[in-house]
Every structure is written in structure tokens, then in C-alpha cells.
Design a protein around this ligand. Structure first.
Ligand code: IPM
Ligand code: MG
Length: 408
């Protein structure tokens, strides 16, 4: 009897212990959840206040911040800066455009401060109007440095760069696409704030807000309307991710109804990924609007048709700031193998076209775009292969500059 009593007590103690552990797990998770919900509600309030886009025609001077980044970043960014300075030389001479080098957005500095963007660098970035940014290294588990958040993701969030525009063009195949990737929400916004409930359970979060969706959808449809595009394709996985993707789809469609001249269609990401390789169908697509993660994945696929991620640039647009970058990473392997001078500057040069368009320098943007089309798709007098079998980054930069001069 004494023994039995002892066992019952043991069980009771154990059960109490399990209950307490469960309760503490639930409390911790609930607290975490409540904290991120609070953050997101505050972010919504900030979005409500930020309604006007900067008018670049009124800025004098326009300050272009330049961050080389990591790996091949400094090499390819240098060529883009050189070409931009060449195109804008009269305005630079007249003091209407200023280039400002921002050091310190390197993996070494970020690790030293244990921050995705060191505070002083963020301040310098905020003192510019637009930023030309080389790729930065994103640490991952197993790397020799702490797992700090991606500088890209942090910059997009800190500067509220909500629209990631990624054009892809293959003229001879009739491909002329532009992706409007939502850039501050979805699986990314809390990508570093998931919760390990215990050793067995990990939970991440994905976020869709009305404001965040409406502003990207508006931009995509406005772009389509202003550029004579008659079709916008919304891409989600709303059949499965019902709440957040469902909301994204519904709100994009609502905005689409305000543009009766534009056909809206909606696709799930899996079949859209397949359709992009369907040579009969893919030329019909034009403008895409989609949440962050799907946009990340599918734009790498799309860039591959154009000649690889090394050829694709992207614009990260916010109401107050904008940042222009390659769509690819810093290619540390090229540096390790000592061939960074053979890196392809086309991604950063394409990003520079977007930068010029964004600050209203349409004529210069057109000259650069034409020159790139000629060098990359038509003449191909020099080809960058990433190795000594092709041209160096600088030689390609020279080629583009000569071509701009010929175009006049
Ligand atoms: C991109 C990149 C980034 C992203 C990485 C470097 C965090 O892949 O710009 O597409 O996932 O957004
Ligand atoms: Mg990517």
C-alpha cells in the first residue's frame, strides 16, 4: 500500500511537471506571438502614414549611395558606377547628381557589430535618395560567422522597399516579363523570428497585410496601364495557404477591377513555374504580381532564360527610398578561385537602367538599355563567361560604354 501510494505520488508529480512544462512552452510561444503581432500592427500604422512617393524631379541634388557589398560585389558594382557616372557626367559636373560611396556593408563589419546593417551604415543609407548595392553575403548555418540576418532583407525592411521589380527579356523568344515581387511581407518579414517551441517543434510565420498587398498590386497595375501592358498575372498558392495567400489574391483582384482594360488572371505558383518553361504559352505573360517567397524563386528561374541570374537586375522601390541591385548573391566561390575579375556586370548594369528610370532620367535609361541589348543579345562582340575563357568585367564595361557612345 505504501509502495502504491508512492507510485501514485510519483505519477502526480510527473504529471504536474509535464503540465508545468507544457504551460511554460505555451506561455513562451504566446508571448512571442503577441510580440510579433504587436510589431506588425505598428508597421501597418506606419504604412498608413506613408502615402506619397518622393518626387525625384524636385530633388537637387539627387544623392546616389553606392555600396560594393561582398564577394564579386565590389567588382561588378564598380563597372555599374563607372557607366552611370559616364551617362550622368553633365549632371554630376553641374552638381545635380552626387555619387556617395558607403563603406561598411560588408560581412566582416556586419559580423563585428552582430547586426544585419551596422547603425552608422544605415544612417548613411538614409541620407541618400537611391542606392546602388552590390550583392552581400547572407550567412547560413555552418558558416564561419554568426547567423546574422540577410542585409538585403534588413535593408528592404528598414527602408520599407516594398516592391521588388525584376524585368526579364529574351527578345528572340518573345519573352518580355516584369515581376512585381512583394518585398517586405510574406515568409520573409519574420524569417528571422520564428520560434523553436521545444526541440521537436519549430514554427515560422508568414504575414499579409491589406496595406502591403494593395500597394504592390497598385504599383503593378499602374505600371501595366502606363506601359501598354494588357495582362497582369497574380501568382499565389491560395488553394493551400488559404489565409495569407488568399488575402493577397483577393486584394490584388480587387485592385485589378479598377483597371477594366487589363486582363487579370491568377495562377498557383507550382503550375506557373511549369508554364514559364512552356515555350508556346510563356510569351503571353507580361506583368506578374506575387508574394515575396514565390517572387524570389520564380525570378531566378525566369532569369535563367535570359542567360542566368548574372544578367538580371532588380529595383527595390519604396515611397521614400529605392535600392537597385543584382538578383544574385555574392558568388564567394569565384573569389576563392581568384576569378572575380571575370564576374558578369550585366546584373548591376540592368539594375542601373532601373535606377535611371526611377529618378526620371528616361533618356539615359534608354541609351543604357539599348546598349545592353546590343551587347548582350545582338552583337555579342564580348561575352562574359565567369572565367578566363571570356571577357573581364572591366572589358565588358568598356564595351558597354563604347556602345553607348555609338548610340549617341
Ligand atoms: C534575392 C536574394 C535574397 C532574397 C537573399 C540574398 C536574401 O536571393 O534578392 O532574390 O532571398 O531575397
Ligand atoms: Mg533570390
Amino acid at each position: 500500500m505504501r509502495e502504491l501510494h508512492g507510485t501514485q505520488q510519483d505519477i502526480k508529480i510527473k504529471t504536474d511537471g509535464v503540465k508545468r512544462t507544457l504551460q511554460s512552452k505555451l506561455d513562451r510561444a504566446a508571448q512571442h506571438f503577441s510580440q510579433i503581432i504587436r510589431q506588425q500592427l505598428e508597421r501597418i500604422e506606419r504604412m498608413k502614414q506613408d502615402t506619397e512617393f518622393v518626387d525625384y524631379t524636385k530633388l537637387d541634388p539627387i544623392i546616389i549611395g553606392v555600396c560594393g557589398g561582398d564577394g564579386i560585389g565590389p567588382v561588378i558594382t564598380a563597372q555599374a558606377q563607372r557607366v552611370l557616372e559616364f551617362l550622368l557626367r553633365d549632371e554630376v559636373a553641374a552638381g545635380k547628381v552626387e555619387f556617395r560611396t558607403i563603406d561598411g556593408l560588408t560581412i566582416e563589419r556586419r559580423v563585428e557589430c552582430n547586426k544585419a546593417i551596422p547603425d552608422d551604415v544605415l544612417e548613411e543609407l538614409k541620407a541618400c535618395h537611391v542606392i546602388l548595392k552590390g550583392p552581400t553575403t547572407t550567412p547560413r548555418a555552418g558558416d564561419p560567422w554568426p547567423n546574422v540576418e540577410s542585409a538585403n532583407v534588413a535593408m528592404r525592411r528598414e527602408l520599407d522597399l516594398f516592391a521588388n521589380l525584376r524585368p526579364v527579356k529574351v527578345p528572340e523568344q518573345g519573352i518580355d516579363w516584369i515581376f512585381f515581387r512583394e518585398n517586405t511581407e510574406g515568409a520573409y518579414t519574420l524569417g528571422s523570428q520564428g520560434v523553436d517551441v521545444d526541440e521537436e517543434l519549430a514554427v515560422d510565420f508568414t504575414v499579409t497585410t491589406s496595406q502591403g498587398t494593395q500597394r504592390i498590386a497598385r504599383l503593378a497595375y499602374e505600371y501595366a496601364a502606363k506601359n501598354g501592358k494588357n495582362r497582369v498575372s497574380i501568382v499565389t498558392k491560395a488553394n493551400v495557404v488559404k489565409t495569407t495567400d488568399g488575402k493577397f489574391l483577393r486584394l490584388c483582384k480587387e485592385i485589378g477591377q479598377e483597371y477594366p482594360q487589363i486582363t487579370t488572371d491568377d495562377w498557383y505558383i507550382d503550375i506557373m513555374t511549369a508554364k514559364l518553361i512552356d515555350t508556346k504559352r510563356r510569351r503571353d505573360f507580361s506583368v506578374f504580381v506575387l508574394p515575396n517567397l514565390y517572387g524570389d524563386i520564380i525570378t531566378d528561374e525566369a532569369a535563367e532564360f535570359q542567360g542566368g541570374v548574372g544578367t538580371a537586375g532588380s529595383a527595390n522601390i519604396g515611397k521614400r527610398y529605392a535600392m537597385f541591385e543584382a538578383i544574385h548573391g555574392s558568388a564567394p566561390r569565384m573569389v576563392q578561385e581568384g576569378r572575380q575579375q571575370y564576374a558578369d556586370p550585366c546584373s548591376m548594369l540592368r539594375a542601373s537602367v532601373l535606377l535611371l528610370q526611377h529618378i526620371g532620367r528616361q533618356q539615359q535609361a534608354q541609351r543604357l538599355e539599348q546598349a545592353l541589348d546590343r551587347c548582350m543579345f545582338q552583337e555579342k562582340k564580348l561575352v562574359v563567361t565567369g572565367r578566363d575563357t571570356g571577357a573581364t568585367c572591366e572589358q565588358f564595361g568598356d564595351y558597354v560604354m563604347r556602345t553607348i557612345e555609338q548610340i549617341g
